[in-house]
Structure formats: C-alpha cells, structure tokens
Design a protein around this ligand. Structure first.
Ligand code: ADP
Ligand code: ASP
Ligand code: MG
Length: 462
C-alpha cells in the first residue's frame, strides 16, 4: 500500500492510514507500506535549495527548517504520543543533516545532481518515521526502511532513476521476511546506485517505488491510496464531470499517465504488469469507495473511448526539408542526436512525402533538442527546424478503439465543430491511444469537447 502526500499530510490523515493498515492486518493480510513526503514538502525543499543556490545573502535555511520541523513534530505528537520523544530525536537528527548540506551548498555554490537527489529525498525521510510510529501507537509492530534498505537499486540517472532488475531479489530478501511479524514502512521516491549513491525516481516517484516493492515481494495486489476516488475519465481539476472508472487496463492507464494523468506515475505500471499484479487506486479519505482496479485486460467498461489526458508543458518541433525524401538514415540521424542529449520524444508524426517530421517533446527538453538538431540542419541533411512552445497534447485512450472504425472521424469532427484546429495527429501502434496536438489555449476546451462527445461522464455499464 502506497500512501501519497495528501494521505500523510495531516494528523487525521495519518490516523486514517493507521486505520486502513490496522483493518487489513486484522483481516489477516500482510501489508508493506510505502510513503511519500507530507504534501508540499518536496516542493518546499526544492524551492529552498534553488534559493540557497541563487542568493548571495544569507538564505532562509533556518526559517525553512523550523517550519517543517514544527509541522512534522505536530503530526508526530498527535499520532504517536508514546513514541514522540524517540522519533523527534530521529527527525531532529535528519534536519541537522539537511541543514549542514544546505549550508554547504550555499557556501560552495555547488549543487551536483547527486547532492540534489540526496537533498530532495528528505521529505520521505521525515514522513516515514511518523507513519511507522503511528502504527506502533496502535500496537502494530512496524519498522522503517529507506529505499536503499528496502533493496531498490537504480541507474545513476539522477532525478529520474529507474530500478534495476537486481532490486527484485534484494527486495524479496529484505522486505518479504518482515511481513509476517510487522508492517515495514518504506520511504518512497528514492533508491541508490550499486555504489550506494542516493538517487530519486522522478517527481511523484513513490508510486513507482510501490510498484517495484510490490513486484519484489510478489504482492497479491498493489494499492495506491490517494486523494481521489480512483482513476477518472479525465483530470477532475479540469473536467468537472469526470467520472471514476471501475477498471482500466495496464496499457490504457500507462498511456494516460504518460500523457500527464498525475494519479499514477508512468513507470509504476510496468513492474505490476510484468507480474500480472492488479493495482487498485483508492481514496484514503473515503476508504469504503471501491476505487479503480488496473488489470491486464479490459473488464467491465465496454466503451470504445474510456479516458482522456492533457499535457500542457510540451513543445512541437517541425523538421522540414525535401532532402529527407527517400534518403535512408535521416530518421536515424535525427533520433540518435536527440537521444544523445536525452531528449524524450513523446509523439512522432511523419508525412508520407517524408519531407516533414514533427515531434512532441517535453518543453524542458526544447533547448537540448534545438542544440541536437541545429548541426544536422547545418550539414544540409534537413532544411530547417522550427518549433512552437505554445501547444498542448491530448491523448484519447481506450482499448476498444482498435477494433472500432470511425472513432478517429468522431474525434476530429467533434473538434472541427468546436472550431479547434489540430496541428498534429499520432496513433500509437497499440491502438489504445490516439493523440493530437492543439494550440496551448485550446487544450482544456478540446478535453471537454471530447469528454462530452463520448459521454464519458455517464455510467458505461451498458
Ligand atoms: P498523491 O499525492 O496521492 O500521489 P497526486 O496529486 O500525485 O496524489 O495524484 C492524484 C491527483 O491526480 C488527483 O488529485 C487528481 O487531481 C489528479 N489527476 C489527474 N488526472 C487524473 C485522472 N485521470 N484520474 C484521477 N486523478 C487524476
Ligand atoms: N515526494 C515526491 C514528490 O513530491 C515523490 C512522491 O510524492 O511520489 O515528487
Ligand atoms: Mg502522486
């Protein structure tokens, strides 16, 4: 069971976490817990670290530390009074370490990717001991483990590390034996390289930690406890009448999360999928609501289009030039250059004349993409490279689309009727996803138009 930031952010939330774990233990289940930082803490650590790097004057390290100290101690005292002294000492020790590092960063004006990863892992280092103490307060034996102690070995790709296969046997050896007699509480979001250097798994990476741990212990199910009732037909912050899905397939939810549906981290699906472990997404504020079950196959939802996602921080790159026509190897040159600079290409579309290739990339990768493509244009392999930052990508997801002609027509005529201009279209070979690109300002409206067109707010058990 993974509990996200809002599920551990307040005293009554941690109380509910303890209730949930307690009721499953008493029903005879063995439970491993993965926790995020308390809501907002990782953002705050990142903000103060940036400030420490940038400011010439004495930055507000002390004020920051006393604010988060006060918050964590308040939570601790409320949920685990009997363990407060011992755990407060642990928290204070960690805060002193954090203070020392931030001071060093300020003095040296140096923040390497590896030190940054260590610093931003502190949110989970502070929240996990509190959750562990809350369980002990209920008489549930519990031990706390950081990601490394739990066995998560990763690539050295700081800020976006992936778990290596060797993690599986380590997790099995370290976490599984604890389950019979206790509830291990594992800090999400972090791991370490084989050399022991701390890494983080990307923002929202605790979902991924949970999936890796779940796969490692051969869990019967992986439960992601969050602040909404399950995976919904679209982002409920944008689409007011979004509806909770009863179930969804791994591939469908993977496409949604890849296109920005924050409810699950994109990488959290694969470890579960490989072992065919169902993922259940549930609301920790309303544990009685069944939530969404993520499974290999589509189950009860019969409709063709199931859900929509919108990603706004992307850029469109157009690579033009007749020289590309019929010339083998051009695509290879382009994509190798992009890969070398670690540009993540989200969508590709190529005209049949081959005179144009369009790409959608993360907006933060645009500079790197231009730097990669400019030399290729100079060599005359392509004529010009243009880009547009003001775009949004929409993904229309549903396994039923594969065998259903006419869905594309319905999508694009609905957009046409709404006067929304489509700049690029791409269909994944899995046919689970049709995605397209519009002007930035049209993204949310396109989402609503399609949500209405496919009547996604209506119950689909027909
Ligand atoms: P946690 O802190 O529990 O990890 P997140 O904020 O990372 O929670 O993810 C949950 C949020 O994801 C929801 O509050 C919701 O606003 C957002 N979200 C975006 N798209 C969807 C979707 N399709 N279904 C459900 N939630 C979504
Ligand atoms: N605390 C980390 C973040 O805010 C990881 C997570 O919450 O999943 O990104
Ligand atoms: Mg999350």
């Amino acid at each position: 069971m993974k509990f996200g930031g809002t599920s551990v952010g307040e005293t009554d939330c941690i109380g509910r976490v303890a209730d949930i774990v307690e009721s499953h233990r008493s029903a005879g289940d063995e439970v491993a817990v993965v926790v995020s930082a308390c809501s907002g803490v990782t953002d705050q650590i990142i903000a103060v670290t940036d400030e420490v790097m940038a400011s010439k004057e004495q930055p507000r390290i002390e004020t920051f530390l006393s604010t988060i100290r006060e918050r964590h101690l308040r939570l601790l005292n409320a949920v685990a009074p009997d363990h407060a002294r011992e755990v407060a000492a642990v928290i204070d020790d960690r805060l002193t370490r954090l203070q020392n590092i931030l001071t060093a960063v300020h003095t040296l004006k140096e923040l390497t990717p590896r030190s940054r990863d260590y610093v931003i892992s502190f949110g989970e280092r502070l929240s996990a001991p509190i959750v562990c103490a809350a369980l002990k307060q209920r008489g549930i034996p519990s031990v706390v483990l950081d990601g490394v102690e739990a066995g998560i070995v990763t690539t050295a790709n700081h800020g976006d590390a992936r778990a290596l296969p060797v993690s599986e046997e380590r997790i099995r050896a370290r976490v599984a034996p604890l389950l019979a007699d206790s509830v291990p509480v594992i800090m999400g979001f972090m791991g370490a390289t084989e050399q022991g250097v701390v890494t983080t798994l990307g923002r929202s990476g605790s979902d991924y930690s949970a999936a890796v741990i779940g796969a490692g212990i051969d869990a019967d199910e992986i439960w992601i406890w969050t602040d909404v009732d399950g995976v919904m037909t679209s982002d409920p912050r944008i689409i007011k009448d979004a509806r909770v899905l009863h179930d969804i397939s791994y591939l469908e939810v993977m496409e949604l999360s890849f296109f920005g549906a924050k409810v699950l981290h994109p990488r959290s699906i694969e470890p579960a999928m490989q072992k065919n472990i169902p993922i259940r997404v549930k609301n920790s504020f309303r544990p009685d609501v069944p939530g969404t079950l993520v499974l290999r196959d589509k189950h009860q939802e019969k409709r063709v289009v199931k859900a929509l996602a919108l990603i706004e921080k992307v850029a469109l790159v157009n690579i033009n030039g007749a020289q590309m026509v019929g010339r083998p190897g051009v695509a290879k040159t382009i994509f190798s250059a992009l890969a070398e600079r670690e540009v993540n290409v989200m969508m590709i579309s190529q005209g049949s004349s081959e005179a144009n290739i369009s790409l959608i990339i993360d907006e933060s990768h645009l500079e790197a993409a231009i730097a990669a493509l400019t030399p290729i244009a100079k060599q005359g392999i392509v004529r010009e490279v243009t880009y547009d930052r003001d775009v949004a990508a929409v993904a229309v997801v549903g396994a039923g689309m594969a065998g259903s002609p006419g869905t594309g027509g319905r999508i694009f005529s609905a957009l046409g009727h709404a006067g929304i201009n489509v700049m690029m279209i791409s269909q994944g070979s899995s046919e689970v996803n049709v995605s397209f690109v519009v002007k930035g300002g049209d993204g949310k409206r396109a989402l609503q138009v399609l949500h209405d067109e496919f009547r996604l707010s209506e119950n689909s058990d027909d």
